[in-house]
Design a protein around this ligand. Sequence first.
Ligand code: FES
Ligand code: FES
Length: 927
Amino acid sequence: MSRLRMTVNGRPVDLDVPESRYLSEVLRKDLQLTGTKIGCNEAECGICTVLVDGTPVVSCVYPAFKANGTQVETIENLSQDGELHALQQAFLDHGAVQCGICTPGVIMTAKALIEEKKAAGEVLTEEHIAVALKDTFCRCTGYQSISRAILLASGQDVPPLIPVSQPASHSIGKPMPNLQARDKITGEARFTDDYRFAGMLYARTKRANIPHARILSIDTSAARDLAGVHAVLTHEDIPGRNLHGVFITDWPVLCADKVRYAGDAIAIVAADSEEVAAAALDLIAVDYEKLPIVSDAIDAAKPDSPLVHEDRAEGNLLKHIKVIKGDIAAGFAEADTIIDQTYRTPATEHMFLEPECSIGVPAGYSPENFGGICDAAAARGETARHDKTTVYVGSQIPYGDRDQVAATLGLEPESVRIVATLMGGGFGGKEDITGQIHAALLAEKTQRPVKMLYSRQESLLVHPKRHATVIRIRTGATRDGKLTAVEATLYGDGGAYASLSEKVLTRASTHAAGPYDVPNVKVDCFAMYTNNAPSGAFRGFGVTQSCFAVESNMDRLAEQLELDVIEIRRINALDVGSVTSTGQVLRESAGLQECIDLVEQDMRDDSFRWTWEEGNKRFAWGLAVAYKNTGLGGGAPDKASAEVEVWPDDSKGTTAEVRISSAEMGQGLPAVLAACAAEELGIKASAVNVLLGDTDFCPDGGPTTASRQTYVSGNAVRLAAADAAARLEAEPGTPVVVRHDYMAPETKPLGSGGDMHVAFSYCAQAALCEIDMDTGEVSVKKIIAAHDVGRAINPLTLQGQIEGGIVMCIGYTLTEHYIQEDGVPWTDVLARYKIPSIRHTPEISNRIVEHQTSAGPYGAKGVGELPSIPTSAAITNAIYRATGVRMRSLPVDQDELLRAMREQNTEVEMAWGDRKPIPKVALGGEQ
Ligand code: FES
Ligand code: FES
């Protein structure tokens, strides 16, 4: 211990701390200034940035004693006497806050920049912002709104908000900051790791770290004997079901007989400190018999492949998904041209900047027994009511988590409570759970609160990824460009456990003919088990993968037929009256044609050229279109229940509360739900409080997946509020509580024809790319986009969803690859996974198309996933136009592109991180 003296936010600090402390630890642990967030502890993400004597530093690697005698400033210091700093106000007004985990670090960096430029008498530019923020990541916003907000705060004008086509009504169609945004810009927002409970223990998990092996023995005796250890649990200590899974329960909570991927959990430890828990892991001895591994979906289908789950009659085949429409042979017989190509897409990582964290609290916990401190800021500001096993977690599926935790604990679901805390991003990666169950097990065992916080490295190792796929696709068309047939065979790497593979790859398959009216379609998709990390939900839900193949083939087709790439899409685009690949007749709300028209209109200004050269740089435009279902569909009941309580008050005005367990990951759901309630009640949206995700207070809104929340939860809230309004009219002045159980229109399972989905959203995107002919470097300079969202309920958060989705897909195209070598992740630290920085962000021009869907709330459809779908093909189509090189694997490898240009090859099969060429795929899957 040594004496540390500094000034923090204007107050003197004088305390004894270990010399090894970093500044972030002093701020967060010793001073309880939890506004400073942690994303990696690797000096990579930048979100822990604070100011030391006015200079931004990454506090997670800044030795605390280097700050001795300095002035330290954190986000908590910015607003004074309730008045927001200009930067905070601009972030609020411009929607620059989504999940908010990055926001404190971004704002502190921006503050230093503005002050520096002001002192130098310089006018702040976008380039200055890009340089200052180049090492500070935001995974949600796509940086555009951040840049606008910083410019605004420096006193400059910024472009107006995204225009919408429908006039605003009382509350619908009006921009509104998300409800929690204010807390996120002031540092008051608390994510799970920010909570404290008296007597809390710290947990760690013993991982397999080998991808396939039989467990011969587990010896935890030395770990149990370590001072400070309170519990060490293995599979033998599980009172209930030792399996979990969102859809199929095949994933061991703690492995008993074998491990199937490197992230498998063997044992869990709770101890007085994180350090003791980590030391205990080293004392757990596990004997293994190593088994041969399979790490490739196509190899997994071979008869001699090692088996991941030996007891399955289907071997490694998790699911063969089939889509059939018309007569595929007849369709190809009609075609004048057939394009037949195979593409590959990589496993990718969500990289939500808040690593997973859960806090389990045992039934009957009383903070008084441990000194009285308890941050149980559960629903409604209650404190310390823990009459049942409770888990605090940023969850995408609160009720699903409740049921899974209860099953493992051997309890009834109602005996478990999930309190959904703020979530620092999810993108599909927080649908599967493990930490929640482990924290609850340890809490009940020790009868103390237990925090299970993953390091960035553990997060990378454990949670499911986006499916790597190999997709062979044949596209046939007549001479005039009309599609006659599409046949596709997909292999998806599902990894070691089922997770959502069947659902994700079904969506990849049903969308594998693209947003086109194709009379004959045949798709075979093989979801395979391997010894890689499990694959699961990821924004785009499989459609991102198949769209890359579909839209690459469409450009090839246009070239072969000497047709315009826009025109070939226009003549085949789904429209009202079209029939989708699964036999669904589109009766309304199909705005793809308008999206294409608007994008073309915006591209073709007076100086438009498809391609040109400047020095050693070539520039070209590429285009792609996409569609994406709203809601679960496929025959699954899609239900959301909401409660609306209204308190009429003549003097202060009527206020209301919406209660629903639907997750907010930063996408802006609370503002959407507030707008829906306000519209029906005729009150201001700011008079509506939205309480999300406490399973003891909020009815079940269902999973936050499939771009469903605006549609399903929006409808539940709309209808509950409409009912409440009617009752208030009948009995003025009387408070009312109304619950509405909304069931989306019935859908049909794949293969049965009819409506497989309640609605589809559509988009067109054009990418302007610059290719450096000397280095092969690809930069995206501009994206022009148009999205048909049905109705823009909140244009502010909608714009953020679109910009963030596009930039996420730029990463998918150019930089992101979760690399596993024989089942062992090479991508084991954030430094080995490159998400887009502000430097990758192009100018984005956005058009909103509003072809309303009759059953959606005010006509709205889902939008969360759509923007992240066509960008990759738009970019690679631009690369081809500029260079003549067709990239068939993602992410684009600039060295391979350069080599191809120099050697005059027209096809590149290898992506960055690939070790072998794209394997051959037999149509229909016969090897
Ligand atoms: S750089 Fe400090 S938490 Fe990531
Ligand atoms: S708002 Fe920036 S990471 Fe979520």
